[in-house]
Design a protein around this ligand. Structure first.
Ligand SMILES: NC(=O)C1=CN([C@@H]2O[C@H](COP(=O)(O)OP(=O)(O)OC[C@H]3O[C@@H](n4cnc5c(N)ncnc54)[C@H](OP(=O)(O)O)[C@@H]3O)[C@@H](O)[C@H]2O)C=CC1
Ligand SMILES: O=CCS(=O)(=O)O
Length: 256
């Protein structure tokens, strides 16, 4: 009997690539996202390889999460792996110039959506004493940068939530991993810069970023570790990405 994976944000980028990767190995897929037409296309493509259950789902809608989980048809109710992938960054303005509505959207999606999805699926994941949860964090959750403010804060939450979740699930056989990708070329930057493709392209100019498949292969590897192995945290960056060192203000004399 094939395992079943529940993927949030499967209509683009990492989530879409994960759906393809797990389908290749014959897993049953539960694919979710807000864009029904994308779910339809992916279902059409992958149902030749595996069973696919697509749900148009906004992770900010807590009632929709409950309904989606409650109404999972057989064999999709027996879930082995949850990939909490749905998420976004909006803008890179300094905090005092940010649109707080965008802050709320990031918090509602990256934090509240992830925790409510996790809570809804924990009973299913615990049933087999061998489930696994892979949370998609970010290097932004560890390493600060100008304009990272709330986005980085949401991913720092994902990291700490993942670690404490491990403590809660000790003895249940359910494993938890937080992965922290660096620059990866998906729709992420187009979303961040509100459709400005040239600004998005500039993020990856002159370097080789990670691809969605790099992350999907990593997630697949994590989900297929033996039951006695837990990958707690995994940071993965392009070889051409590193840290810039400390910024120092040498213009303004601080009055002590
Ligand atoms: N690309 C990168 O450089 C990095 C990305 N990440 C993280 O990886 C994850 C995936 O991003 P990535 O694949 O790059 O970006 P994409 O923008 O390509 O994909 C984001 C996915 O999230 C879904 N999503 C967004 N908001 C919601 C919502 N409210 N409800 C349900 N689904 C939602 C989108 O689906 P839809 O719009 O159809 O709802 C889409 O499928 C995110 O959590 C992101 O923060 C982490 C580190 C680096
Ligand atoms: O999470 C995405 C990577 S970055 O834009 O924060 O560096």
């Amino acid at each position: 009997m094939p395992n079943t994976v529940f993927i949030t944000g499967a209509t683009s980028g990492f989530g879409e690539a994960c759906a393809r990767r797990f389908a290749r190995d014959g897993w049953n897929l539960i694919i979710t996202g807000r864009r029904q037409e994308r779910l339809d296309m992916l279902t059409e493509e992958l149902q030749q390889h595996c069973k696919v259950h697509a749900i148009a789902l906004d992770v900010r809608d807590q009632k929709a999460i409950q309904t989606a989980v409650k109404e999972l048809p057989e064999p999709f109710s027996d879930i082995h792996t949850l990939i909490n992938n749905a998420g976004l960054a909006l803008g890179t303005e300094p905090a005092d110039q940010c649109d707080t509505e965008q802050w709320m959207t990031m918090i509602d999606t990256n934090i509240k959506g992830l925790v409510m999805m996790t809570h809804a699926l924990l009973p299913a994941l615990k049933k087999n004493n061998s489930g696994s949860i892979v949370n998609i964090g970010s290097v932004a959750g560890t390493w600060p940068y100008p304009g990272g403010n709330v986005y980085g804060g949401t991913k720092a939450f994902v990291k700490q939530f993942s670690l404490s979740l491990r403590c809660d699930l000790l003895g249940s056989g359910v494993r938890v991993t937080n992965i922290e990708p660096g620059l990866a070329e998906t729709e992420f930057s187009v979303v961040r810069f509100k459709g400005d493709q040239s600004k998005a392209n500039a993020v990856y100019e002159g370097m080789q970023p990670l691809t969605a498949n790099d992350i999907a292969d990593t997630v697949f590897w994590i989900a297929n570790r033996p039951a006695h192995v837990n990958i707690n945290n995994l940071e993965i960056m392009p070889t051409q990405q590193a840290w810039a060192g400390f910024a120092v203000d040498r213009k303004n004399v601080t009055k002590s």
